[in-house]
Design a binder for this molecule. Structure first.
Ligand code: SAM
Length: 201
């Protein structure tokens, strides 16, 4: 479980807290697509950030669709539905947040995430190269450390698909080292400079 962990990119989580959640909090349903979620720390970190910012009722309107190709068949769906993670993946979570949402598992050195967070996240297998979105009207699409696995033309088509499946004014975030291709730049405006956070035009 070494290649992803909770609160991996604090700047991105803070940008979502400061720019995305205030814009989405009044929506009837808050739909988020985490594309290339690996075994779950990223969608669960997102759910925690929403929980910390939204009130009790608004948080119930959040649904995070976590998808991954799961090429090596690590059974990401099973891992995500158990919500149990080793010390190594949870140790960068701020202490107060960790104590609020995790409890020790019967297996020593493992921690279970709270049901209220787990209830907001569902997993399905999905290949971005299919260019078929899992649904539309997303308020936020998160795709981090994934696009680098695609070639340039695949990346452009995937970003076009994300644009199509976002609601009007919806947001797209990717990792800082991933620049927006010139072919899709006109589809979005960049919201922050320190994070690759974009809003649909
Ligand atoms: C390095 S992990 C990133 C995990 C997480 N997004 C993060 O930043 O912590 C990359 C993930 O992208 C997934 N992936 C690669 N190609 C994909 C594709 N064509 N469709 C969906 N997922 C893909 C891999 O299976 C892997 O889980």
């Amino acid at each position: 479980m070494a290649f992803t962990y909770f609160f991996r990119d604090l700047a991105a989580l803070h940008a979502i807290r400061d720019h995305v959640i205030p814009a989405l909090r009044e929506s009837r349903d808050i739909h988020v697509w985490d594309a290339g979620c690996a075994m779950g720390p990223e969608p669960y970190s997102l759910a925690i950030i929403f929980k910390e910012s939204l009130g009790y009722y608004a948080f119930k309107r959040l649904k995070i669709y976590a998808t991954d190709l799961d090429e090596e068949n690590y059974q990401f769906g099973k891992i995500i539905s158990k919500g149990v993670y080793p010390e190594e993946s949870v140790k960068r979570i701020p202490k107060d947040v960790f104590h609020e949402y995790f409890s020790p598992n019967e297996k020593p050195g493992f921690y279970k995430i709270a049901d209220e967070i787990m209830d907001r996240v569902s997993f399905q297998k999905h290949d971005l190269r299919s260019l078929k979105p899992i649904r539309d009207n997303f308020g936020l699409i998160v795709c981090k450390n994934v696009l680098l696995h695609l070639n340039e033309s695949e990346r452009i088509e995937v970003i076009r698909m994300f644009h199509r499946s976002l609601a009007s004014g919806g947001f797209f975030i990717t990792e800082q080292t991933q620049k927006m291709p010139a072919e899709t730049a006109h589809l979005f405006k960049q919201i922050t400079q320190n994070v690759q956070l974009f809003q649909k035009n």
